[in-house]
Design a protein around this ligand. Sequence first.
Ligand code: NAD
Ligand code: IPM
Ligand code: MN
Length: 355
Amino acid sequence: MRIAFLPGDGIGTEVIRAAVKVLDSAGAGFGFSYTSEWFDLGAERYLRTGETMPDREFEHLRDGFDCILLGAFGDPRVPSNIHAKDILLGLRQRLDLYVNLRPVRLVDPRLCPLRDAEVGMIDMAIVRENTESVYVGIGGRFKPGTADEVAQNVMLSTRKGCDRLLRYAFDLARERRGRLVLCDKANAIEAAHGLWRVALRDLARQYPDVTATALYADVAAMRMVTHPREFDVVVGDNMIGDILSDLAAALVGGLGLAPSASTHPGRVSLYEPVHGSAPDIAGKGVANPLAAILSLAMLLRDQGHARAAAEIDAACAAAVVERACTPDLGGGLSTDEVASWVAARIRPGAPQSQR
Ligand code: NAD
Ligand code: IPM
Ligand code: MN
C-alpha cells in the first residue's frame, strides 16, 4: 500500500500526524505495511514559492500512490484560497473523483443536539457529487471593481455525471437500508437540477428494491433535523452535498467526527476529514483528530483491510463514549493524546463484541 500524506494547512497538519500514529498502530496489530511520502503542499509553500500544485507533483500523486490522506487547506494569509482551489478541488477534478462519500452516524446520544436521541438513531451516508455543479470554475468577473461589475459562476450538470453518481448511490442503498433521497432545488434550478430528477427516475427502474425519492434541499435540511431517522442514502450535487454534510455532522457531534472519501473506482482515492483548517484553533493542540482517523479507516477498508478499519471505527467510538476526547466533544485531551488513546485501544485479537 502506497500512501501519500498531504497534511495541508492549520489543523490539517495536526490531525494527519495523529492519524498516522493510529495507522502505525493498526499496521503493527494487523500485520500490514505501507510506504509513504509527505507532500509539502499548502499555504506555506505557496507564500514561499508561489507554487500551488506543480504538474510534476500532481503526476507523481496520480501515478505513484494507491491513496491519499489529506488534512485541510485554507489559510487567512491567502484570502483568494487559490491554493486550496488548485490542490483540493484540483485533485478531485483532475483525478475525476466523482464520489464524495460522507458517512454520518450517532455513536453517543450526548453529542446530538436533538431531543430523545439514541445510539444509531442517525445513520446516513451522504453521497455528494464531487466534480460538477458550481465547482467547475466556469465563469468570472467582468468590469471588476466598478459599479457595472458582473459576476458569474456556471452550474453544470451532465447526464453522465448524474448517472454515475446515482448508480453508486443506488448500489450503496442496496447494501444499507434500501432508501435513497435526492436533494436538489429542481423547483428553482430547473435545468441543472431538473436533470438530476430525470436521471433518478430512469435509474430507479433498475433498482425496484430501493425506495428512491426526491426532496427539495431546503425541506431536506428541515427534515434532517425533525425526522433524522428517515435518512439513509442522501444524494446531492456538489454544493447541496457540501452544505448538507456539515448539517448532518452537527447532528452527531460536529465536524471533528465527520470523515469522507473522494473516490473513482480504479483510481487513486483521496481520504479527507469534512472539516477545514480551523484557523481559530490551529496550533493549540486541541483539534479533534477523530474525523481524520475515521477517514483513515475508510482508506483502509477500501484498501482491503476491513478488520483494521472496523477496529479503528470501534476505538474512535469508544474514545467518544469514554470521553477520551478533545474539548469540542466535552473531553479534556489534546489532539496527540486522543491519537495515542485510539492507537493503544487497537487490539487485533479481541472480538469487537467484547467491548
Ligand atoms: P472549519 O471546518 O475549518 O471550521 C469550522 C468550525 O469548526 C471552527 O470553529 C473550527 O474550530 C471547528 N472545527 C473544525 N474542525 C475541527 C476539529 N477537527 N476539531 C475541533 N473543532 C473543529 O471551517 P471554516 O472555519 O469555515 O474554514 C476555515 C478554512 O478551511 C477556510 O479557508 C476554508 O475554505 C477551509 N476549508 C477547507 C476544507 C478542506 O480542506 N477540506 C474544508 C472546509 C473548509
Ligand atoms: C469541503 C470544503 C470544500 C468544498 C471547500 C474548502 C472548497 O467545504 O470539502 O467540504 O466546498 O468542497
Ligand atoms: Mn464543506
